[in-house]
Design a protein around this ligand. Structure first.
Ligand SMILES: *[C@@H]1O[C@H](CO)[C@@H](O)[C@H](O)[C@H]1NC(C)=O
Ligand SMILES: *[C@@H]1O[C@H](CO)[C@@H](O)[C@H](O)[C@H]1NC(C)=O
Ligand SMILES: *[C@@H]1O[C@H](CO)[C@@H](O)[C@H](O)[C@H]1NC(C)=O
Ligand SMILES: *[C@@H]1O[C@H](CO)[C@@H](O)[C@H](O)[C@H]1NC(C)=O
Length: 252
């Protein structure tokens, strides 16, 4: 009886090893082509590292040029007219729904001291008051008394730990998103809630200063807060509601 010849083994092993290498190579190739990874590499725009998925639009030569452009929209007499007349009731109705829902989730209370950031003519502020949040105010570059006072969201005119609740749907207008968020965290009381309405992965308007491709950059920007909720909404072209709570214990 002939035992299997050992000299034959290498010949059998060679094709085996070859196909093993080929399949490993093929698997590695496949993994780089998987939709998940592809999405990650193509949707991450150039960023400065701290916040992938957030792109600051180019074209502002200075902070003043940026402010001027923002003022151009805010001061546009035609727009202001529409905001205070035709738009008013419809916006208040939608915002009242937003704040009512936040009340049901105990994220804003009647006794909350509340701020609306980039409030224009103050529809959100009026809506907060309508649902029972009486201590509410807005800030914008152009004041609209008594609902909206003058204030730049890059340098809020308030002392540290002033508010229980802050709302904004103008994150995309921030030239310096880290300052926008830093100011929210500075002026929120510990345990205070911030609600942002943002557009994810779609063009906002020509006055936008940044584009957001996912909520991930927000998680990185809100350094002193925890994420409570991310929900789909349909709010004037903005599709995502993100809720943060400022942590109670300052880690530093
Ligand atoms: C990048 O982000 C950091 C804060 O996260 C900021 O201080 C810095 O100025 C930004 N750099 C550019 C080029 O936008
Ligand atoms: C402001 O808007 C007007 C008219 O829409 C335009 O002519 C002007 O150049 C704008 N100014 C700035 C600083 O964008
Ligand atoms: C909040 O205020 C509204 C309107 O003033 C009132 O109807 C409601 O009962 C209040 N809710 C609570 C929990 O106090
Ligand atoms: C306010 O908060 C900022 C940032 O958290 C901090 O650097 C600053 O010292 C605080 N100011 C006061 C007066 O506590």
């Amino acid at each position: 009886m002939n035992p299997p010849s050992f000299s034959k083994l290498p010949i059998l092993i060679k094709p085996f090893l070859l196909s093993l290498f080929l399949s490993i190579f093929f698997l590695v190739f496949l993994s780089t082509q998987s939709p998940l990874l592809r999405l990650k590499t193509t949707t991450n725009p150039p960023s400065n590292g701290s916040a992938g998925g957030l792109r600051i639009r180019r074209g502002y030569t200075s902070y003043n040029a940026y402010i001027e452009r923002q003022l151009n929209k805010t001061l546009n007499p035609k727009l202001r007219k529409i905001w205070t007349t035709r738009d008013w009731d419809r916006k208040i109705r939608v915002f009242a729904g937003v704040f009512q829902s936040l009340k049901q989730r105990k994220l804003i209370l009647n006794e909350s001291k509340a701020l609306s950031i980039g409030a224009r003519v103050g529809q959100e502020v009026a809506a907060m008051k309508m649902v029972g949040v009486s201590d509410a105010v807005g800030i914008d570059l152009v004041p609209y008394p008594p609902l909206v006072m003058k204030g730049d969201f890059h340098a809020q005119p308030f002392r540290n730990q002033t508010f229980d609740f802050e709302f904004s749907n103008v994150f995309d207008h921030a030239l310096y998103p880290w300052k926008f968020v830093g100011e929210i965290e500075r002026t929120l009381k510990p345990g205070g809630v911030c609600v942002l309405h943002v557009a994810v992965a779609r063009q906002t308007d020509k006055f936008s200063a940044n584009d957001l491709y996912s909520v991930q950059p927000l998680l990185e920007l809100f350094k002193e807060s925890e994420l409570l909720e991310v929900r789909k909404v349909d709010a004037f072209g903005l599709d995502t509601e993100v809720v943060f709570r400022k942590k109670k214990i300052n880690p530093y």
